[in-house]
Design a protein around this ligand. Structure first.
Ligand code: NOJ
Ligand code: CA
Length: 563
């Protein structure tokens, strides 16, 4: 097995714990780069493009699931946790990726999916073939149905992807039998996290990838593993992963039977102990728990290293709301000694370059289709770039989703016939789902499939507009989004902003805008609709073309100033 060359990894301060300040780039493997021309991105494709990521200046890559999977939910349905999905390559390809990334000082973070497996996982197949009440069934959430003949689901829970969260099986004797729980697609049965065998299995899976050189894990649906005893009905069936109470204060929350149960913290601690057996590894929770005071309990010193800041991601382009969520995040995370971890886009949400052009967007995970009011692309791009420049000056860690460094918009006109997200099918097209943010990214304006694949194949069609966003046309071009990101990341690293702290300097800007200082960098954000003169200091970088000569920062633009 090949191990990364640790010495290449940047560590700005001794013992600084790289993840505290890291910029982590999310790769959605199907859509990053296709190495063999079948139209689906793969590991050799990723490895061949590492130089582009090294140039961008990231510290680590998180790959959405690479593990073996029938791909009913694009890899979030794992059939073998210790092998690589053949569509993406082999374990050897993975080792090579870890090695080559390591040579460039880039760590590789795996995506672990512990809430559910694929229906094709050997354990689930065993469960189906076994008797009710058997040890094999007890690894998953099987229950008898309600009603005279057990014909009704055991409770009223709904799948995040729409429809009932239970599926009834046919027993070996050919009769309708028990039901199993699946919080997502019916091909994704939920594990029983009260079961010791399940716990031991995942300890072992963690070690498997850590031994292979993974720098850590992004943990899928980390807040959903434990279900309330007795599986009580849910009071409201909001299907977002945060639940409908997302914005209420902690003491007003209705206890939710499957999101954010207290029992999950024990699992968090168990995994932290496993990671602590190794040097320098980290795990980040996908935990849609609100408010931030509750989310912060996930990153206490013996639990996760990081958790995605979804409160920040879901904040509108509004000065007061942004300021409040930044303040609250920094305060709550520092209460427990953890860094905040900022994020604006990922493979489940509408790309922020599109999202921020709207006052109101569909609920998380629902997506935008051709029937929805179409976005103002120019406004979205302007605000998207501004939001990124605002975010990358903040102390803590940051996540970037592939393509956002190109300013890529959501594909909002995908036809139903090409959609693949289970959400679309489980809601009969009512919620179009997440395909629009998962379209293969453009590398070249002139090549077939915009350089994603040498054959021109692409598992989702790319819109023509992607030619305007191709990496080749932005590389080296002053003012392009790609060059903006490179400069932001370089300045962030040189000034150690990830390790810094935030001080508001709002007296330097007009009301309605904001400015904060991190070290010697002043970040000025114009949320107003009027230009204003920049505060004194050397201009380091700006989202605004021609600001140097104009001297006034326009609406929805950001400047970093040395002050
Ligand atoms: C969250 C993942 O990010 C999403 O893509 C997936 O569909 C669900 N979890 C289920 O695993
Ligand atoms: Ca491929």
């Amino acid at each position: 097995m090949l191990l990364p060359m640790q010495s290449k990894f940047s560590e700005s301060k001794p013992g600084a714990e790289w993840w505290r300040s890291a910029v982590i780039y999310q790769i959605y493997p199907r859509s990053f780069a296709d190495g063999n021309g079948d139209g689906i991105g793969d590991i050799p494709g990723i490895t061949s493009r590492l130089d582009a990521l090294a140039e961008l200046g990231i510290d680590a890559i998180w790959c959405s699931p690479l593990t073996k999977s029938p791909q009913k939910d694009a890899g979030y349905d794992v059939s073998d946790y210790r092998d690589i999905e053949p569509l993406f390559g082999t374990l050897g390809d993975f080792d090579e990726l870890v090695q080559k990334a390591g040579e460039r000082g880039i760590r590789i973070i795996m995506d672990l999916v512990p809430n559910h497996s694929s229906e094709e996982h050997i354990w689930f197949q065993e469960a189906l073939a076994s008797e009710p009440g058997s040890a094999a069934r007890n690894r998953y959430m099987f229950r008898d149905g309600k009603g005279e003949t057990g014909q009704l689901p055991p409770n009223n829970w709904e799948s995040v992807f729409g429809g009932v969260a239970w599926t009834r099986i046919t027993e070996k004797d050919g009769n309708p039998g028990q039901w199993y729980l699946h919080m997502f697609d019916k091909s994704q049965p939920d594990f029983n996290w009260e079961n010791e065998e399940v716990k031991a299995e995942f300890d072992s899976v963690l070690r498997f990838w850590l031994d292979r050189g993974a720098a850590g894990f992004r943990i899928d649906v980390a807040h959903g593993l434990v279900k309330a005893e007795g599986l009580p009905d849910v009071v409201s069936n909001d299907t977002t992963m945060a639940g409908e109470d997302a914005n209420k204060p902690a003491d007003e929350l209705t206890p939710h039977p499957f999101w954010g149960q207290e029992g999950v913290h024990e699992i968090n601690r168990r995994w932290r102990k496993v990671l602590d057996e190794y040097d320098d590894r980290a795990m980040c929770a996908e935990a849609w728990v609100m408010p931030l005071s509750k989310m912060a309990t996930w990153v206490r010193s013996d639990e996760y290293h990081q958790t995605f800041n979804f409160a920040f991601l879901e904040t509108k382009w509004n000065r007061d709301k942004m300021k409040a969520v930044i303040n609250e995040s920094i305060a709550e995370f520092s209460n427990v000694g953890a860094p905040p971890t900022w994020v604006l886009s990922n493979h489940d949400v509408i790309r922020h370059t599109t999202r921020l052009s709207y006052d109101q967007v569909p609920k998380q995970g629902d997506g935008i289709g051709p029937d929805y009011a179409q976005p103002d692309e120019a406004l979205g791009l302007k605000r998207g770039r501004a939001a990124s420049a605002m975010m990358l000056g903040l102390p803590g860690g940051a996540y970037i989703y592939q393509g956002e460094e190109l300013g890529l918009p959501e594909h909002t006109t995908l036809d139903g016939s090409v959609r693949q997200d289970p959400t679309y099918f489980r809601t009969n097209g009512e919620r179009v789902g997440r395909d629009g943010c998962r379209v293969p990214i453009p590398w070249s304006a002139t090549e077939s499939a915009f350089g994603f694949s040498s054959t021109g194949n692409s598992w989702l069609p790319q819109p023509d507009a992607f030619s305007n966003y191709a990496r080749s046309s932005q590389k080296g071009k002053p003012g392009s989004t790609l060059e903006l990101y490179k400069s932001l990341l370089a300045l962030r690293k040189d000034n150690e902003l990830g390790h810094g702290s935030l001080e508001w300097k709002n007296d330097l800007v007009p009301q309605g805008a904001f400015a904060y200082k991190n070290g010697s960098v002043l970040v000025v954000v114009n949320f107003t609709n009027q230009p204003f003169a920049l505060p004194d200091g050397e201009l380091l970088i700006t989202t605004q073309w021609g600001l140097e000569t104009k001297g006034e920062l326009e609406a929805d633009q950001v400047a970093w100033i040395s002050a």
